[in-house]
Structures are given as structure tokens and as C-alpha cells.
Design a protein around this ligand. Structure first.
Ligand code: ADP
Ligand code: MG
Length: 551
């Protein structure tokens, strides 16, 4: 089998390449080795780290491997299989590496052992230490294992600048998490001092989230897929985002990658957060991972020495696509969850213990696909179909919640807020009422409260300010407004019929039936009317007729 053919880049190409020190800490070694494993087409990658990483870092993959000649060339500076002199357009590069300097740079400051097999009968083992290279045979299946030991042994200043075992391994762990979320089809395993700390099966985004977080977090997330057009070429945004009820207090849990390359990109991260709009509680940040795949030629991977940032020529369009992708995914997820309770007009509501106000009403037909005109004795009824459907959905959601209770979104970590003495006293004397409303709050002394949970009916988290308002109402002796209703009203709006949705005659009749079963059929949940009526006598007056009847 023939592996990739490695050659040295010419001076002109080398001069183009963003220069800078590549290996600054153990996590950088891991990043470069992961890049190489992924570029080799690996489907499973294992990273093993001892101590802070200077003791040992080993990355094994089941990728294409290297022939003996290529293995020897691989460790030379500016030797790469990924960029040819005739194809120097870095913006068209689809691999993570392209500079041909990582292995050389690692070998400069550590002992490197490379065992590889490209599918031949015998593999190759290369040991590079103190500028000397030893080559021997290695028995191993196809793939490559790179073992780096004695990192920075000859660089005491570098070694000094490291942050200790926990911090350095923390960086490595976060790095592997970022790669796993950027490459959800690859299997990743991370072992520290012999113990497995991360295991990801490579079965998609949900699975990656499960590995990086836990089952609970993964179950409260929705996948993202959004494609749009960028000057005639497709721009794809894919990934996964947790419901707004799952939050963290830093933005580090929003991870972005471009074409499968994890990057630090403030703009893209901001776009993800913007996609959540006002759904996030106070100063909370979401958990999300997105991969943006812009058309070839629009990404410059060569703007940062460690390749942690990329240049995007269509940044504005890309950020706006990301924001749309997130908000669409969350709306779809909302609809999916609310639709379990709502939107199906076929099932009657349960609260039918009084006469139907619309009995005997005859549907005439739609007007501007916005209103339903109906005849009710000597009145002409005009029904706003969106408002009517909202009312129906709202009452369904409300009765579902009455059965299951108001879910509370746990704040992790809890927030401490200071309130007026009166509000603090109100919190102390009404713990059950607050719990009923979905608040998890406890007095913390000195006029402060510890807020561990906020009401989140169907994944919508309320703001902390809602708690202040509620406490003020309690302190004033008022029955607190049930804010669940406001949240529910917004929820009911999402899956409701929109202006321009054409209803068949039968659907229009069903909508009217369901509206008739509501407790409050004449107002939408936001308080606007659902039905207006026009008396026949008004028409008669308009037509200057003395009587309402034709004779
Ligand atoms: P670059 O990735 O920029 O090409 P590197 O120094 O990281 O430069 O690697 C040099 C070459 O060695 C790569 O172009 C590739 O051909 C080969 N190589 C490195 N690691 C692996 C691996 N894990 N599997 C297969 N080939 C590899
Ligand atoms: Mg590389």
C-alpha cells in the first residue's frame, strides 16, 4: 500500500505560512497530533496523558499510516503531504494541517517515537531524540501512534511557565472535548494517568454531548441543521444546542468549529448566544456546539500560528446564518415539545362543562386567510384564526402543566441576589407558594437570597427579575401574578396558525369547536379579542335600509 507522498515545501510557500512558536504547552502537542490523526482519516483516536503532559503524551489512530520513506520525511520541517507547491491556495485546503512543521517542532523540544503502518506487512518505528533518528521495524496494524516524552526537558523556562498538573490536563481535556464536538463521527478516548476520563462513541452530536457532559444534558438538547446560500454556494451550519433551561455561568460552553476545525472565534460564539435571544436567564450562557461549513475559498486557515483562528471572508453572512440556525432549532424544538400538548385540533379539550358559545354558528369562509367569517343568527362573527388557535393551545398547555407541575430550571451555580428586607421576609414566609410557582429560593442571610432554580415551563427560563417582582407583590400583600401564564402565552404562540395559513372548511369548523370548549374563548392569551361581531342592523344602517329584512 502506498501512503501519502511527503515532500518539502519550496521557500516561497514557507514564506507565506503564518509563523510563530507552535508548541507552547502540552495541550498544543495534543492539538497537533489530533490534527494529524484526523487528517489521516482516523475513525478512532485515543489520547493518553501522564502527569501534566510533559511526562508523556500518546496519540494513537487507525488512520492511513505512513510508508517508511514518508515516515522519515514526516519529521523534517516543512515536509507535508497536504500542500503541494503547485497548489498553494491555502483557502482551498481541506486538511487541518498544511505547514509541515508540527512533528519537527515537537521533536525539537521532546523525545518523539512514531510507530506507523500504512497497511504493509511490516510497520515502521522511528525514534527521534536529541537530533538523532533511529529507524526499526514495528509490528502494528494500520494506523499511527505518536508518543511524546520529556517535553521541554531542554526548555526550563517553558517548563517553569506551565500551570500544574490539574490545569494543564484541564486544557487537554477541554481540547479533546472541542475536537469531539467538532468531529462527532469520530471515536475519542482520553486517558489520564491510566484512568479513562472521556469516552465518545462517534455516533453524532448527541453522543458527543453525552460523553462531554452527561445523559441529562444530552437529553435536553436539539440538533441543528441549517443550509443557506452564499453567492451561489451552500453554507451549512450543523451542531447541537441545549434548551435554554440548561445554562452555565461562562461562555466557554459554546464551542465552534469551521469545517471541522475547532476555533476560538468570538464573533461566531456571540452569534450562537444571539440565537437564543431572550430565552436565556439573566447572565447565563448556553451549552452548544456548532460547525460552520462555508464554501471553499472563503476560509483562510493561515491567520494564526497555532491555527486556533481562521479568517472568514463572508463573516457577516456566516454569523447571521448561525444565529438563524440556533433560533430555528430552538423554535422547532419548542414546537415539537409543545405539540405533544397542543396544536392538534382534532382532540377536544377537557374542560367542557358548559354550553358551547358557538353552537349553531355556521362558518361562511375565510377572509384574507386571516379571519373566518361566520353567521350566528343575526350577527356576523369575525374570528381571528391565529388568536383563536393561540387560545386553544394555551389552555391545553395550561392543563398539561397543571398535571405535571411547573418545571424548574436549576441554576448551576446558584445565584445570590440581594433584596429589600420586606422581600426577604416575604421569601421566608411563603416558601411553598414560591416553590409552586417554580422558584427554588432560600434565604441566605443579610438581605440576600440564594436562587437555585427559576420557573421554566417547557424549557423557557424566567429572568431573576421575575422573582423580585413576585416577592414585591407578596410583600405588598397581593396574590402574586402567576407568571407561568405569561410564559405559556408566548409558548402557545409558536405552534399556532399564522396569518396566511389557509384552513379548509372542515378545519375552520373544528377550530371553532375547540374554541367553544375553552374556558375563556373570547380572548387570546395575550388579552386580545379572538372574535368580533357585527350586528345585521349595523349593515342595514350602512346600506340605508329601514329594515334588516329584504321584502
Ligand atoms: P502537516 O500536518 O502540516 O502536514 P506535520 O509535521 O504535522 O505537518 O506532519 C507531517 C506529515 O506527516 C503530514 O503531512 C502527514 O503526511 C504525516 N503524518 C503525520 N502524522 C500522521 C498520522 N497520524 N497519520 C498519517 N500521517 C501522518
Ligand atoms: Mg500536522
Amino acid at each position: 500500500m502506498s501512503g501519502p507522498t511527503i515532500h518539502r515545501l519550496d521557500e516561497a510557500t514557507v514564506a507565506q505560512i503564518a509563523a510563530g512558536e507552535v508548541i507552547t504547552r502540552p495541550a498544543r502537542v495534543v492539538a497537533e497530533l489530533l490534527d494529524n490523526a484526523l487528517d489521516a482519516g482516523a475513525s478512532a483516536i485515543e489520547v493518553a496523558v501522564d502527569g501534566d503532559g510533559t511526562d508523556r503524551i500518546q496519540v494513537s489512530d487507525d488512520g492511513c499510516g505512513l510508508s517508511r520513506t514518508d515516515a522519515e520525511r514526516a519529521i523534517e520541517r516543512h515536509a507535508t503531504s497536504k500542500l503541494t507547491d503547485t497548489d498553494r491556495e491555502l483557502t482551498r485546503i481541506s486538511t487541518l494541517g498544511f505547514r509541515g512543521e508540527a512533528l519537527a517542532a515537537i521533536a525539537d523540544c521532546a523525545r518523539v517515537e512514531l510507530a506507523t503502518n500504512d497497511g504493509s506487512a511490516v510497520g515502521t518505528k522511528l525514534v527521534v531524540a536529541d537530533g538523532e533518528v533511529q529507524v526499526s521495524n514495528a509490528g502494528r496494524p494500520q494506523g499511527t501512534t505518536v508518543t511524546v516524552t520529556d517535553l521541554f526537558k531542554n526548555r526550563p523556562a517553558r517548563r517553569e511557565s506551565l500551570a500544574g498538573q490539574a490545569a494543564e490536563f484541564g486544557r487537554i481535556s477541554e481540547l479533546v472535548a472541542r475536537y469531539a464536538l467538532a468531529r462527532p463521527d469520530t471515536r475519542f478516548r482520553l486517558v489520564h494517568n491510566g484512568n479513562e476520563t472521556l469516552s465518545i462513541s462517534g455516533n453524532g452530536f448527541q453522543d458527543a454531548l453525552l460523553g462531554v457532559y452527561d445523559a441529562e444534558t444530552a437529553s435536553r438538547a436539539t440538533t441543528i441543521y441549517h443550509q443557506t446560500d452564499l453567492d451561489g454556494h451552500p453554507l451549512t451550519v450543523s451542531g447541537i444546542c441545549c434548551y435554554p433551561s440548561v445554562t452555565r455561568s461562562t461562555r466557554e460552553h459554546v464551542r465552534v468549529s469551521v469545517g471541522g476545525r475547532p476555533v476560538t472565534d468570538t464573533g461566531l460564539r456571540r452569534a450562537v448566544i444571539a440565537g437564543y435571544g431572550s430565552l436565556l436567564a439573566g447572565s447565563k450562557y448556553p451549552i452548544a456546539a456548532i460547525d460552520v461549513d462555508p464554501p471553499a475559498g472563503t476560509v483562510d486557515p493561515n491567520v494564526h500560528p497555532a491555527k486556533q483562528e481562521v479568517g472568514l471572508t463572508a463573516r457577516e453572512a456566516i454569523e447571521s446564518a448561525v444565529e438563524t440556525a440556533i433560533s430555528e432549532a430552538l423554535t422547532t424544538a419548542d414546537i415539537r415539545r409543545t405539540s405533544e400538548a397542543a396544536t392538534d385540533l382534532g382532540t377536544p379539550l377537557e374542560t367542557v362543562d358548559r354550553s358551547d358559545p358557538f353552537a349553531g354558528v355556521r362558518v361562511i369562509g375565510p377572509y384574507r386567510d386571516l379571519y373566518l367569517l361566520c353567521e350566528d343568527g343575526n350577527e356576523l362573527l369575525v374570528v381571528d384564526q391565529h388568536a383563536a388557535h393561540e387560545r386553544v393551545n394555551f389552555e391545553r398547555l395550561r392543563s398539561t402543566l397543571a398535571e405535571t407541575g411547573v418545571p424548574t430550571a436549576q441554576l448551576d451555580p446558584p445565584e445570590t441576589i440581594s433584596v429589600s428586607p420586606a422581600a426577604a421576609a416575604a421569601a421566608e414566609s411563603h416558601p411553598e407558594l414560591l416553590a409552586d410557582l417554580g422558584f427554588d429560593v432560600a434565604p441566605f442571610g443579610g438581605g440576600t437570597l440564594r436562587v437555585a432554580g427559576l420557573p421554566a415551563p417547557l424549557g423557557r427560563v424566567a429572568e431573576v427579575d421575575l422573582l423580585r417582582e413576585t416577592l414585591d407583590q407578596l410583600a405588598a400583600g397581593d396574590k402574586p401574578t402567576d407568571h407561568r401564564e405569561d410564559l405559556l402565552a408566548d409558548m402557545a404562540c409558536h405552534p399556532s396558525l399564522k396569518a396566511g395559513d389557509r384552513l379548509t372548511h372542515a378545519e375552520a369548523e373544528t377550530l371553532l369547536d375547540r374554541l367553544g370548549e375553552c374556558e375563556q374563548p373570547f380572548a387570546c392569551p395575550h388579552g386580545r379579542p379572538t372574535v368580533c361581531s357585527l350586528d345585521e342592523s349595523t349593515l342595514a344602517a350602512g346600506f340605508e335600509r329601514g329594515s334588516t329584512r329584504f321584502r
